[in-house]
Design a protein around this ligand. Structure first.
Ligand SMILES: [Zn+2]
Length: 357
């Protein structure tokens, strides 16, 4: 853990050289302690300072349960937070994440535009900062995570919690480390005032944060970025941007399933597969033409090795595309059967939970 935290370090412009001020020392104590890691109230107009409870409208209205049902957040806040602050899928493949991205903070929002990536809002925590095919998925900051009252009431271990006496990772401590890591990604995504303007424009910050100024955001970031921050965040956030294609490959090999199915329908699957088949066929046609030309030269038409190679390649050129086409059709059939079986099983499970016998 110590080694990893050294790899992924954060520093504010004012905090270099270890000469941090008393405020930051206090903030460090807060992060390792059990109170809110920040004191700035970004909701100047919609939430009075020193509010001790979290207004209900700070939360989403509904969420999907594990069994595919729909629940009200208001009456199931604890269960909602279990799904909201979860990066289990990434945690289970953590040892392979180096294949999908670098252990570095994400690049700022304006630079994502420079890279011509379309920002797609996605509320799933484990899709935050995943990118591929010209898109990057970003989870907007939930309003409740910017409320210090929420941190004090929902992300604070109860007295005598197991994590306080034997350093074990309790559920709340885990959720707190995910929430803190998530906020830290925004410290990186919103580095410049231009990033701040972009984040407001595309809806990454809550809509009632219009009165929040750049200086307020700077204070907020200074408070959460303590010298010990890398020890307090979840290990997923040692990594920044993660490639979707690589996550899919890792997931297929280790969990026998996609991280996120990149083919929303069968036609897009066929289009992708036929694309590489067409490219290969064009190359084979070029190679055959070159071979035919070689047969007309004095040096090659008498060479038995060349003749054998030409014979073998001609057979491959005839059978290769046919076999590949067959394999693609077989893969499509398997995909359709698996999807049907999965859909049927999920439907039965769902109907059983709606109308238990
Ligand atoms: Zn605890």
């Amino acid at each position: 853990m110590e080694q990893e935290s050294q790899i992924y370090s954060f520093q504010t412009i004012n905090g270099q050289g270890g000469s941090f001020c008393a405020d930051r020392a206090a903030a460090a104590k807060r992060n390792t302690g059990k109170t809110s890691p920040f004191t700035v109230n970004l909701f100047k107009e919609s939430l009075p300072d020193h509010t001790e409870s979290v207004p209900a409208w700070f939360f989403p209205s509904t969420y999907r349960t594990n069994k595919g049902g729909l629940s009200l957040v208001k009456s199931n806040e604890r269960n909602f937070l279990l799904s909201e602050l979860s990066v289990d899928r990434l945690d289970s493949i953590y040892q392979h994440l180096w294949l999908a991205g670098l252990p570095m903070p994400p690049r700022p929002l304006h630079y994502q535009m420079v890279l011509q990536r379309e920002v797609v809002l996605c509320e799933k925590m484990d899709m935050h900062l995943v990118w591929g095919s010209g898109r990057i998925f970003l989870k907007p900051i939930p309003r409740f995570l910017l409320s210090s009252a929420f941190w004090n009431t929902h992300l604070q271990c109860p007295k005598g919690c197991e994590c306080t006496w034997d350093q074990r990772e309790c559920m709340i401590k885990n959720q707190r480390s995910i929430a803190l890591g998530f906020l830290l990604t925004y410290a990186a995504l919103i580095s410049f005032e231009s990033d701040f303007a972009i984040s407001k424009k595309i809806g990454l910050l809550p809509s009632d944060l219009d009165s929040c100024q750049w200086a307020d955001w700077q204070r907020f970031v200074e408070e959460i970025m303590t010298p010990s921050i890398s020890n307090d965040i979840h290990r997923r956030f040692y990594y920044g941007e993660l490639r979707l294609g690589r996550l899919n490959s890792i997931s297929l090999l280790t969990r026998l399933g996609y991280y996120m199915n990149q083919w929303p329908d069968y036609s897009s699957f066929l289009r992708d597969q036929l694309g590489w088949l067409a490219t290969t066929t064009i190359y084979i046609a070029l190679a055959l033409t070159a071979m035919q030309l070689g047969l007309a030269t004095d040096q090659l038409k008498t060479s038995p090795i060349y003749m054998r190679a030409a014979y073998g390649f001609s057979v491959f050129a005839i059978l290769g595309p046919l076999i590949s086409g067959g394999v693609i059709l077989l893969a499509l059939t398997i995909l359709v059967v698996i999807n049907w079986k999965f859909q049927k099983a999920r439907s039965e499970e769902r109907f059983n939970s709606i109308n238990p016998r």
